[in-house]
Design a binder for this molecule. Sequence first.
Ligand SMILES: NC(=O)c1ccc[n+]([C@@H]2O[C@H](COP(=O)([O-])OP(=O)(O)OC[C@H]3O[C@@H](n4cnc5c(N)ncnc54)[C@H](O)[C@@H]3O)[C@@H](O)[C@H]2O)c1
Length: 353
Amino acid sequence: MRKIRVGFIGAGGIAQAHLRALQNQESIEVVAVADISRERAEQTAQRWGIPHVYEDYHEMLAKEDIEAVNVCTFNQAHRQPTVDALYAGKHVLVEKPMAATLEDATAMTRAAFETGKILMVAMKNLFAPHIVAAKSIVDTGKLGDIYYAETVASRRKGNPGRTFIKKETAGIGATADIGVYCLFDALYLMGWPKPISVSGIANNYLSKLSEPLLYTPWARWNPEDVTVEDFGVAWVRFENGAVLVFKTCWMMHMDTLGPTFFLGTKAGLKLEPLTVFHQEAGVLVNSVIEGIPTPQGDELFRLENLAFAEAIREGKPSPLPPEKMILTNVIIQGLIDSAAVGGREVAVNVPTF
Ligand SMILES: NC(=O)c1ccc[n+]([C@@H]2O[C@H](COP(=O)([O-])OP(=O)(O)OC[C@H]3O[C@@H](n4cnc5c(N)ncnc54)[C@H](O)[C@@H]3O)[C@@H](O)[C@H]2O)c1
C-alpha cells in the first residue's frame, strides 16, 4: 500500500492524539511537524520519531514529497494554513470546528474547489458507532421526513480554559468547540438541509464567575481571560420546513440540557441510548439498538486519518466535504449574529461554490 506522506501544522494537545493514533499505520507516514513554538514542535518530533521540524509552516509546504497536511492549530489559525496548504498542492485534514468564522470556512472551501484538493474536517462523530448506526437507520427511510429535532452537547462544569477561551486564539467558544459535534450529528442525520434563518442567544455568565471546584478534570481559568461564549441556544429553520433546536454549553447549573432526538413522520429517533420510537400493529414500540461498541482510546482519530488517506490514494472525494460541513459554520455564525441583536431571527446565506 502506498504510504501517504503527511506533515502536521500545530503540535499542541490534539496533534498528540492524532500522532498516537497514527503509530504503526501502514497507510500514513508522518514526515514533518511545524509549530510557531519551535520547542513544542521539537518535543513532538522527538516523542513520535518525526524526522523534520519547522517553525514556519510555509517552509514545510514547499517540500514536494509531502502530499497532505493535518492542521491541528487553534480555531483562529485554521484558515490560513489550510488555504496555504491547498494552494501549495497538499490535501488537508483540518481539526474541528472547521473555522472560527463563516468567512474563514468560506475561504477554505473556495480554496478546495479552486485547487481540486481534498479538504476534510476531522469530525470524529462521522466514525462514532452510534452515529454510524443512526445513519444506517435513517437511510432505510424508517423515520419518514424529519420535521423537528433537538441536538445537544453540554457539560456541567467543563470550561476547557487555555487557548479555547480567548477570542484571539479560539475565535468562538462552546457553540463551536463542543456544539459542532451535535450540530454535525443533526445535519448529517437530517441529510444536510439548507438553513435559512437562525435565532439564538449566547452568554458566558458562569465562566465569568470565579467559583473553583475542589475536584475537576478541566483546566482552571482566569475569568478575566474569557472573551468567548460558554453557552448558546438556537432555533434554526431550514428551507424544507424542518426546525432544529441546538443547545450547547461548557457550564450550567443543571444535570442535562435534554437528549438529542429527531421527530419523523413515520418514527422518532433518540441518540442515547439509540432508540427508535414508532407504531406497529396498533401499538407503540420503542426499539433500543443493542450492541453498539464504545470506541477505545484514539480509535476515532485513527479512523478519520485512514479515511482521509484512502480518499487521497484512491482519488475519492472528501469523506466529509467542506461544502456540507460549512453548514455548521453557517448556523453557528447565525447564532452569534442573532445573539448580537438580542436574539432576533436573522436570515442566513449558504455560500455557493
Ligand atoms: N477532535 C477532538 O477531539 C479535539 C479535541 C480538542 C481540540 N480539538 C481541536 O483541535 C484544535 C487545536 O486544539 P489543541 O487543544 O491542540 O490546541 P493547543 O492550543 O494545545 O495547540 C494549538 C497549537 O497550534 C500552534 N499554532 C498556532 N498557530 C500556528 C501557526 N500559524 N503555525 C503553526 N502552529 C501554530 C500553537 O503554537 C499550538 O502549539 C482546535 O481547533 C480544537 O477545537 C479537537
